[in-house]
Design a protein around this ligand. Structure first.
Ligand SMILES: Cc1cc2nc3c(=O)[nH]c(=O)nc-3n(C[C@H](O)[C@H](O)[C@H](O)COP(=O)(O)OP(=O)(O)OC[C@H]3O[C@@H](n4cnc5c(N)ncnc54)[C@H](O)[C@@H]3O)c2cc1C
Ligand SMILES: NC(=O)c1ccc[n+]([C@@H]2O[C@H](COP(=O)([O-])OP(=O)(O)OC[C@H]3O[C@@H](n4cnc5c(N)ncnc54)[C@H](OP(=O)(O)O)[C@@H]3O)[C@@H](O)[C@H]2O)c1
Length: 475
């Protein structure tokens, strides 16, 4: 089944899943001179590590690596710099795979597409192990650290990340590819992962780190129910919108949601001459960061990590983030637009249904009786700034691992071990999906640091390298 927001698959990968094998399969062996993936591929492990099957084995041969990192966003970059800082000899033991074939492609795209001038997080949050590195880098560019807590400009952060990539000599370490299947298999009695890429290439890995972010766009029910008879540009989730090049003069745009994305979309639309209605199912509220700074250290994390109930931890995460929020500076700008009659707030209000009639939307809200309703206003575009949902049930990559190593999942989040490892196998997960261990900032830049502190020791110390089965896991 596909969502009615054209171009976004909300459900549906289940139908594409290949049959699940309940037992780990046998993998073909892997000569280091096997089919090359197009990288100066890491040549670890030594030949004895992944012994070659007898020549009669029917499966094709694949190249191998010790660690395969899937995704090349800021979380993966943070992991790699921390790994190399801990043990430089790991340099030739990992490969990073991302569709873009380069670091931070998705990050840079989202900042450009929404025309975001600076980060929400302060200058100490970045992928380098030295927390002061960005401050030092910014020394000639003080006007690019925005108050109140030195928020780096988008350009400064971009240049800094480029310098990190250069300094750690990582520019050519990302292999262009999309991992489509992740399968556990046995090579002469040893557990391995077989990664199948969309173009048919395969790779064997001893350990895998998933750094794919992995949130799926949140599409409200009313939007799912709209028949796909409207021009696709007229209903979009924020992740599909690129403000650059849009002509919006004279249009009326309904933006749904009250997180920071809705604010940037509202600024972009009004700057292009559109009239904006910003609809929030709550009172729009301001907060500097996604979660209070106490969640970056022991102040709140101590109590969180002492909490034995995974469900209670999940509730603590929801409470700490408390839905979507804008920054105080953004709220000021939105209120100014309101005073200039370029933006109208519809708060504590939700769309009930929407229909495409002629050349515009007719939108009925849930509070029609209580305020000046928008049903009579033709609306040119609806933008869903409704965020994303973290639910690993929607990760087709995990189908095989989940079948062979079932674990507890709480509201879509996996219960991982202390090292963010899937119990029973050497699969590590970073990003928002690790939040039951890391807390509410898991998906942010700082979450990459918290995750690296847990994952790196397990990658470099053989004594920590054994993943225990799910049954042995306690919070
Ligand atoms: C608009 C916006 C602004 C944000 N601003 C901030 C901020 O200022 N400060 C902050 O702390 N946080 C911010 N965040 C939150 C978070 O830090 C970012 O979303 C960040 O990009 C997450 O990093 P990541 O590495 O987990 O994911 P991503 O940057 O999304 O990288 C994941 C990568 O994995 C790749 N991938 C996915 N599936 C596969 C696959 N099957 N095979 C291979 N590769 C795959 C993707 O293509 C992508 O390149 C922001 C989020 C958004 C949406
Ligand atoms: N650096 C930057 O400048 C920048 C810019 C944009 C985003 N970001 C970051 O990116 C992340 C995502 O931000 P985001 O704004 O995209 O998402 P978000 O913070 O999750 O906000 C989503 C909004 O959509 C609303 N919503 C969700 N489902 C809805 C539904 N069915 N009907 C009506 N409303 C619904 C939520 O309402 P409730 O509040 O009621 O739950 C919330 O207001 C955040 O971490 C944010 O800080 C940073």
């Amino acid at each position: 089944m596909r969502s009615t927001v054209q171009g976004i698959t909300v459900h549906g990968f289940a139908a594409n899943r290949k049959p699940i094998s309940r037992q780990p399969t046998h993998c073909a062996a892997i000569p280091r001179k096997g089919r090359h993936l197009g990288l100066p591929l890491p040549t670890h492990p030594p030949p004895t590590h992944l012994p070659i099957h007898p020549p009669t084995h029917p499966l094709p041969m694949s190249p191998s690596t010790d660690i395969a990192i899937i995704g090349a966003g800021p979380q993966a970059l943070t992991l790699v710099t921390h790994l190399l800082q801990k043990k430089a000899a790991m340099r030739n033991r990992f490969v990073v795979i991302d569709p873009a074939g380069e670091w931070l492609h998705q990050w840079h795209h989202q900042f450009r597409a929404l025309e975001i001038p600076h980060l929400r997080s302060p200058a100490v949050h970045h992928p380098d192990p030295n927390p002061h590195a960005l401050r030092t880098f910014a020394e000639g560019r003080p006007d690019e650290l925005f108050p109140p807590y030195a928020l780096p400009s988008t350009a400064l952060f971009h240049d800094f990340c480029d310098s990190v990539i250069q300094r750690w000599n990582l520019a050519d370490r990302v292999l262009a590819g999309t991992v489509q299947h992740l399968e556990l298999c046995q090579v002469l009695g040893r557990q391995r992962f077989r990664l199948s890429l969309a173009d048919g290439r395969q790779l064997l890995a001893r350990r895998v780190v998933l750094a794919i972010a992995g949130g799926t766009p949140q599409i409200p029910n009313w939007a799912r129910q709209i028949p796909q008879t409207y021009p696709s540009q007229r209903l979009r989730h924020s992740s599909q919108i690129d403000l650059r090049g849009l002509s919006l003069a004279g249009e009326r745009i309904l933006i749904v949601g009250s997180g920071l994305t809705s604010g940037h979309l509202a600024l972009g639309a009004t700057a292009r001459g559109a009239q904006v209605i910003l609809m929030a199912r709550r009172q729009v509220y301001a907060k500097l960061f996604d979660a209070e700074p106490g969640w970056l250290g022991p102040k709140y994390l101590k109590g969180f990590q002492a909490e034995p109930s995974w469900l209670r931890r999940w509730q603590m995460i929801q409470q700490a983030r408390n839905g979507g929020s804008v920054t105080p500076a953004m709220l000021l700008r939105l209120r100014r637009l309101e005073r200039q009659s370029r933006l109208t707030f519809y708060e504590q209000c939700q769309v009930q249904r929407s229909e495409w009639k002629g050349d515009a939307w007719r939108v009925h809200c849930s509070a029609e009786a209580e305020h000046d309703c928008i049903a009579h206003l033709p609306i040119d575009r609806i933008w869903l700034a409704t965020g994303s949902q973290m639910n690993i049930d929607r990760w087709p990559l995990l189908a095989d691992v989940r079948a062979t190593h079932p674990i507890e999942i709480v509201h879509g989040m996996p219960v991982l071990d202390h090292h963010l490892r899937w119990p029973g196998c050497n699969l590590f997960i970073m990003g928002g999906a690790a939040a039951l261990q890391l807390g509410p900032v898991a998906r942010n830049l700082f979450g990459g640091r918290l995750a690296s502190d847990r994952i790196v020791p397990a990658l470099v110390k053989p004594s920590l390298g054994q993943s225990r089965p799910a049954a042995s896991l306690t919070a």
